[in-house]
Write a protein that binds this ligand. Sequence first.
Ligand code: PEP
Length: 251
Amino acid sequence: MRKNIVAGNWKMNKTLQEGVALATELKTLLAGKQPNCEVIIGTPFIHLATVAELLKDSVIKVSAENCADKPSGAYTGEVSAAMVASTGATYCIIGHSERRTYYGETYEILREKVQLALANGLKPIFCIGEVKEEREANKQNEVVKAQLEGSVFNLSAEEFGKIVLAYEPVWAIGTGLTATPEQAQEIHAYIRGLVAEKYGKQVADDCTILYGGSCNAKNAAGLFANPDIDGGLIGGASLKAEDFNAIINAF
Ligand code: PEP
């Protein structure tokens, strides 16, 4: 059965103390509730262990925002998938457009990261999406197809069953521009079709595909009402507990 998910991506925001305060606030808001979706918060590496411990008795799961493309060794400043898993985090965002753009993460690098995350028991939240010029040239379908083929369609069906996809049009991330529910549904259905072609209908039906890009408390319900939109990956609006909670309540 396909899961609905609302996942936050704090990016490079919040000191440790601020992050603990935000996670605590969210935990309090959700205490005793059974949301109609899985709730995940993606935090910077330094918060993971503390926040995972804080949330261990709550419904909220914890994700890293990245992991290294190497298993271990002399890679100063990197954090491996095994290290992420050792904190109690269970998800890992991989392939966010900011990592592709600012840190030169190629299809090959992302393929390694996905493999290492899976090998260490983490569930990748794998991000795909086109830039503005590609949307304007109506190339969004070929872009997401190449991103899937380049980094995750090498997985076995069993491995692919463990990943969550996030369609994030780059022109909508942090810009206040959101894909319309119709635009998002159209490409989500296309993505699910690609998964069906590669892995069959059952795997495609079970695949959670999140929308990300200026999703907020006002537009979440309209997006989530569509049959192929299974929740959201939320940047800016995940930085305030009440805003994030309102998106959770959109389900
Ligand atoms: C994101 O970074 O994944 C994102 C969707 O950001 P925002 O919600 O701020 O557009």
